[in-house]
Design a protein around this ligand. Structure first.
Ligand SMILES: NC(=[NH2+])NCCC[C@H](N)C(=O)O
Length: 404
């Protein structure tokens, strides 16, 4: 596994996923907006849907499915890493002084759960009855939860030139990228293969970028959404790293309207084969501007890149990069359904191989249009999974695909 990906649709060989856990039960009507959910999901049903998704991937591709929780437990066996992650998690509520007491009493598995599902004061009091911080309310979080972890697409992105570790925009997601980076840089299955392109230093204060905004067009071209979540300064730095590293020669910055329903570029289009893309037509029309970054000069010490504003639509850019492009619209462009199916991430299917996708079963019109185009559509149940406003692509981090 070399942790470089040249396509969005080569047959899947390995993927990282997170089975929703206790962090979902932390959602309430009062914190769901801050934690970026549309509703409060029912965990057991959500887990069933997610297990169905994972089994389907295994059966249909034979791919290895890594689970975040297992990787985290394995990585936490290193004491320095454990301390570092707890320091970071406790720092946000200025509670780092509790770290040693927690680590003394929690098993490694409990530590992994606390890092993902968060930790409440009353849970800690059960372990440490004479907890000194009496001013803390029982229902308050000592460590905040990360309910968006099942959207494994977002905390990083794998490109033809290496890995972009995200610097996540929304406060409720910021720790996710730190957890992923620590795993990839330390776990024996991955650490030798990590070429980190971004952030250059630590992720604190780096301009924001999220994995859902990064789409590999080919081994030579990458598109990045300038979106609600990804900042143009981050795109510039990532473009510089990618173009300096090779083999990528063109990085496109795609300006999306800064709206929740278009939060990432992958809510607007996905690539299903060497010449087939699925798009949400309203969003294509709403793309305000596209810019192209290319290499100007590279010396031993410096990489210079140039930026060119293109007066062309995203579609024109895609047509140039993808020969003989066929474009399919969500809900087949039917105005009665395309907006509804976009809300359930109709365009966000997960390609497990050329013209083979996994899609939410609720997106009836999109799935029918895909089949009419000769695409094999494997459906997954979606009542609970969709409440976080992300689709099958958002829930997967492909680690290895066959070369196309
Ligand atoms: N790649 C994606 N489109 N991810 C969707 C993430 C949804 C998540 N609730 C958020 O708002 O951050």
């Amino acid at each position: 596994m070399n942790l470089r990906l040249n396509s969005e649709f080569g047959t899947l060989k390995a993927v990282l996923m997170h089975r929703p856990g206790k962090e979902i039960d932390r959602l309430t009507p009062y914190n769901k907006d801050y934690l970026l959910f549309e509703d409060v999901p029912y965990l057991e049903a959500m887990q069933k849907e997610h297990d169905f998704f994972t089994d389907l991937i295994k059966q249909s591709t034979g791919a290895r499915v890594y689970r975040l929780h297992d990787l985290l437990i394995q990585t936490l066996s290193n004491r320095d890493i454990l301390e570092r992650l707890f320091n970071d998690a406790l720092k946000r509520n200025r509670l780092t002084h509790l770290k040693d007491q927690i680590l003394e009493r929690f098993s490694t598995a409990e530590c992994a759960t606390a890092l993902t599902a968060g930790l409440k004061v009353h849970e800690l009091k059960r372990k440490i009855p004479n907890l000194p911080n009496s001013e803390l309310m029982d229902y308050a979080f000592v460590i905040p939860p990360s309910p968006n972890l099942y959207f494994q697409r977002d905390p990083m992105a794998i490109t033809p030139g290496g890995i972009i570790f995200s610097s996540m925009k929304m406060e409720g997601r910021q720790r996710e990228a730190d957890i992923l980076r620590v795993i990839f840089e330390n776990h024996p299955d991955f650490r030798e293969h990590v070429k980190a392109l971004y952030p250059i230093m630590s992720s604190d204060n780096a301009p924001s970028i999220e994995g859902g905004d990064v789409i590999v067009l080919s081994s030579k071209a990458v598109a990045i959404g300038n979106s609600e979540r990804t900042d143009e300064k981050a795109i510039y730095q990532v473009a510089k790293a990618l173009l300096g590293e090779g083999p990528v020669e063109r990085v496109y910055e795609v300006h999306l309207p800064k709206k929740r329903q278009y939060m990432h570029l992958d809510t607007v289009f996905t690539i299903l084969d060497e010449n087939l893309v699925l798009t949400y037509p309203d969003a294509l029309n709403a793309v305000l501007q596209t810019s192209l970054y290319t290499l100007k000069e590279k010396t031993e010490e410096k990489v210079h890149i140039k930026r060119q504003v293109l007066n062309e639509s995203l579609l024109t850019v895609l047509e140039r990069e993808i020969p003989h492009l066929e474009v399919l619209s969500t809900a087949d462009g039917n105005p009665d359904y395309s907006m509804r199916e976009q809300w359930f991430d109709g365009a966000n299917v997960f390609a497990i191989g050329p013209r083979r996708v996994i899609s939410y079963n609720g997106n009836l019109h999109t799935n029918r249009a895909l089949r009419n185009m000769g695409v094999e559509v494997l459906e997954i149940p979606s009542s609970e999974l969709s409440r976080g406003l992300g689709g099958p692509r958002c829930m997967t981090m492909p680690l290895s695909r066959s070369r196309v």
